[in-house]
Design a protein around this ligand. Sequence first.
Ligand code: TXA
Ligand code: MG
Length: 344
Amino acid sequence: MQTKMWKRLNHPQKNDEAVREAAQLLLDQQVVAFPTETVYGLGADATNKKAVQEIFEAKGRPSDNPLIVHVSDRAQVESLAVEIPPVAAELMDAFWPGPLTLIFQSNGSAAENVTAGLSTVAVRMPDHPLALALLEAANTPLAAPSANRSGRPSPTTAAHVYQDLDGRIAGILDGGPTGVGLESTVLDITAEVPVILRPGGVTKEDLETVIPRVEVDPALAGSAEAPKSPGMKYKHYAPEAPLWLVEGDDSFFAETLTACKSRGERVGIIASRELADFLDHDRIIRCGSRRHLSEVAEGLYGALREFKEADVDVILCESFPETGVGAAVMNRLNKAAEKKVKDQ
Ligand code: TXA
Ligand code: MG
C-alpha cells in the first residue's frame, strides 16, 4: 500500500484539500494517521467494523485491547453513550477539548471491535485543530489508538508514524510535533468514585479541582514491579536497546554509568538537563528540566526512539518524581524498562 504524506498544515480547516482527501479515505474504510495534542493517532470510522479492523492489522495490536473514540462535539458523545452522567458533564466542561478520555456505558453504536466486546466505550475530544478539522470533515467519530507499531513508543511527530507504518496505512496528516507528548488520562466514570485507569496529560491533581474524589487503579502501582518471570519482557513503549531505570541521586547515576562503561558497554542516557550537566558523557538526550515535568513528558517518546540498537548496548534513564504529570512519565518508563537499578 502506498502511504500518502500530505504536506504539513499549520492552520487547518475542514475544507482544506488534504483534510477532505483524508476524510474521504476514512469514509472508504481506510486508516489515516493524524496529530492530536498528546500523540499521533491512527484513525478509522468508529462505527464501521471493517475499517476498525484495519487499525488492528496495521499496528499488529491484540484484538482484546479496546480503542478510544475521538469526537468533535457533544452530540457525538450522546450518539455513543447510554447517558452522560452529571460528573461527565462537569469534566467535559473543564477539560475538553483536551487529554482526558472518559469511559461511558456504551449504547452499542461503536463497532464491536472498538470496545473489544466490553459494555463500555472510551471517548475523548482532542485539543488539536487538525484532529478537529478531520473529525468535522469525516462527520463520524474516529477510533484512534496511538499510531505506532504495537509495543513501540507512541509517535510524537509525523516522521515517527512514517518509521513505524509506512506502507501499512493509507495516509499521514502532518501537524508538526505534538504538545503533551504522552497519551491522555483514561478515567472510568462508570464506577461510584471515578478511577484513573491510565495516568496522562490531565493529572489527578487537575481532576480533584473539579470532582471531590478520584481513585487510582491499584493495578497501576503493580506496574512498578520488575517482571517476576526472567524471560518476560515488557512489550510497551520499548526502545530498541534495553532501558534501565536508575533510582537514586545524581552521584549514584554517575556510578552506574561508570560501572557500565567499565564493562565495555556503549551507553545512551536519557536525562533532565540538570543531570546531563552533572554527568561527563557524550551520548545524552536531554528531555527538559526535572523542575518542569511537562517538558520531560514532551520529550520522552522521541528520546526513547532516538537510540538505535546498532549504536548503544544499554540506555540509562533518570527516574522522576511522581507528582503531577510525573505520574504519567513514570508509568510509561516503568513499562518501557527492562530493569531498575536502585541505590541501596
Ligand atoms: O492520547 C491518547 O489517548 C491517544 C491519542 C491518539 O488520542 N490514544 C491512545 O490510544 O493512547 P491507545 O489505544 O494507545 O490507548 C487506549 C487506552 C488503552 O489503555 C485501552 O486499554 C484503554 O484506553 N481503553 C479503551 N477503551 C476502554 C474501555 N472501554 N475500558 C477501559 N479501558 C479502555
Ligand atoms: Mg498506545
